[in-house]
Design a protein around this ligand. Structure first.
Ligand code: NAG
Ligand code: NAG
Ligand code: NAG
Ligand code: NAG
Ligand code: NAG
Length: 462
């Protein structure tokens, strides 16, 4: 107990001792081993166009620091430093990487204690590939972040799987990687974040990916990935964010997705996924974002969404949905945005939508909705232009509400049964129609009776 306290105290005092050393008091200052210093100079030479870097930074961990390099004391030797983090990006190097910049394995392997390697916007010109030899089982890499390097092409090296015990973050977003996701990556059992978005990846997701059981973030969006969404994703029990949008996935959403109890964000939009959605999705009790827009789901509005009580944003635009909007949304008290545009929905707009206290965005445009819009006046006023009902030819609106709508639907003639007569010959009837508005808000029998009376007057030509 006492000795472990002593050790931790000593470790926390080390930086102070180091500082004293630098100001001329004993003991000797900690140094980077020669081999690591040489490796740093090689890596810098490979990446930067600036030949004077080594002259300007002869002791890059201590007296002549460079912001992109971080060094730490070796835990077992207070006179030794280690290079632990190397970061290149617009924030630390200007000008950035030289035109022919490359990542050479021997130089990188000379930094065995490197835990973070991140290069932003480094390889922009001539295509370069990641040498498979970069990743060996002696590496300490915990975070590999190579982002916005359009010149970085070729395949994602399968040798990344050699980092199975260390790698926690793998982010290769916005590069030019091609080909398939190597199945070997499934062996990265310590991985917590995988971001391969915005590349040119093709082929199918390998089933082995289910081996990444500690993953919390999975982003494969904006690629050309095909085939089915693998059920193996269901074994990523810690997953909080899954983004598979803008790919070419087909088939159905596998029922295993319903076991992702921690999932907060699920984006499957812009794919070729068909319905029906599995009932197991009701298990996603923490889900806040469900984005399915632009998939040929082709069913009725999926009842399962009604059980996702945590939902805040639901995107079902362009899903080829049919039938009425249905009662399911009334249960989603936290809903802030609902998009149902570009479907084939018919029937009325349920008044219950207007009772959702947090709903601030509602797009119902380009459907076949019909009848009088029975949304409360306060609701219509609150949403303003964020309420879109355009492109529903059979919708009409009570006169008092009309002006507040985007693309003002026609006024109801009477009874809310169809589009209004815009010839102006029925102003009396319109007045009668608006006389029903008070009921329209509340809905129910009173409104129905009022509309019946107006209809009767119309028929009897009173
Ligand atoms: C690392 O790889 C080498 C050669 O590929 C192998 O001989 C060695 O057993 C591996 N070490 C571990 C710890 O996996
Ligand atoms: C990668 O995809 C982008 C857009 O998806 C495209 O513009 C580019 O030509 C593709 N590159 C290659 C090398 O296929
Ligand atoms: C929409 O669904 C219908 C069947 O309900 C189908 O015939 C049609 O091809 C689908 N449209 C699209 C764009 O998927
Ligand atoms: C509603 O959806 C339509 C069709 O997708 C789109 O054109 C329109 O901009 C959306 N309206 C709003 C207010 O976002
Ligand atoms: C207005 O009334 C005339 C004749 O009664 C009819 O021909 C015309 O189609 C009507 N216009 C509209 C927009 O309903």
């Amino acid at each position: 107990m006492a000795s472990s306290l002593f050790v931790s105290l000593t470790i926390s005092l080390l930086p102070i001792l180091l500082f004293q050393a630098a100001t001329g008091e004993a003991p000797a200052p900690a140094e980077l081993p020669r081999s690591e210093l040489a490796a740093i100079f090689r890596v810098m030479g490979d990446l930067l166009g600036d030949p004077t870097w080594a002259e300007l930074h002869p002791r890059p961990c201590t007296d002549t620091p460079w912001p992109g390099l971080q060094c730490e004391l070796a835990p077992d030797d207070s006179r030794r430093l280690r290079a632990t983090r190397l970061h290149f990006g617009p924030d630390v190097s200007a000008p950035p990487c030289r035109p022919g910049a490359r990542l050479a394995a021997p130089a990188i392997l000379g930094l065995p204690h490197l835990r973070t390697l991140s290069l932003f916007g480094c390889f922009v010109g001539r295509p370069v590939e990641l040498p498979p030899a970069l990743f060996t089982n002696t590496s300490s890499l915990e975070q590999l972040v190579l982002k916005s390097n359009p010149g970085l092409t070729g395949r994602i090296p399968a040798t990344l799987s050699n980092l199975r015990t260390s790698l926690q973050v793998l982010s290769l977003s916005q590069n030019g990687f091609r080909g398939e996701i190597p199945r070997e990556l499934g062996g990265l059992a310590a991985l917590q974040q995988l971001d391969l978005s915005y590349n040119n990846l093709t082929g199918q997701i390998p089933e082995e990916i289910g081996g990444m059981t500690r993953l919390t973030i999975l982003d494969l969006s904006w690629n050309g990935i095909e085939g089915g969404v693998p059920g193996a994703l269901g074994s990523m029990r810690m997953l909080q964010k899954a983004d598979l949008s803008y790919n070419r996935f087909v088939g159905q959403v596998p029922p295993e997705i319903g076991s992702l109890k921690e999932l907060v964000f699920l984006d499957l939009s812009h794919n070729g996924l068909a319905g029906p959605l599995p009932a197991t999705l009701s298990g996603l009790s923490k889900l806040q974002y469900l984005l399915l827009q632009d998939n040929p789901i082709g069913t009725a509005v999926p009842a399962v969404v009604g059980s996702l009580r945590g939902l805040q944003v639901l995107g079902l635009s362009g899903c080829n949905l049919t039938g009425p909007i249905g009662p399911f949304f009334a249960a989603l008290g936290g809903l802030m945005a609902l998009s149902l545009d570009r479907n084939r929905l018919d029937g009325p707009i349920p008044a219950s939508l207007g009772a959702l206290p947090h709903l601030g965005q509602l797009n119902l445009s380009q459907n076949r909705l019909a009848g009088e819009i029975a949304l409360p006046r306060e609701f219509v006023a609150r949403l303003g232009r964020r309420l879109d009902v355009r492109g529903n030819d059979e919708l009409c609106v009570g006169r008092g509400l009309r002006a507040s709508f985007l693309g003002a639907p026609p006024p109801c003639v009477a009874g809310g049964g169809g589009p209004g007569n815009v010839n102006g010959t029925s102003s009396a009837l319109e007045d009668e129609g608006s006389g029903c508005r008070g009921y329209g808000v509340v809905g129910g029998l009173g409104g129905l009776l009022c509309h019946l009376v107006v209809l009767l007057m119309l028929v009897l030509d009173l």
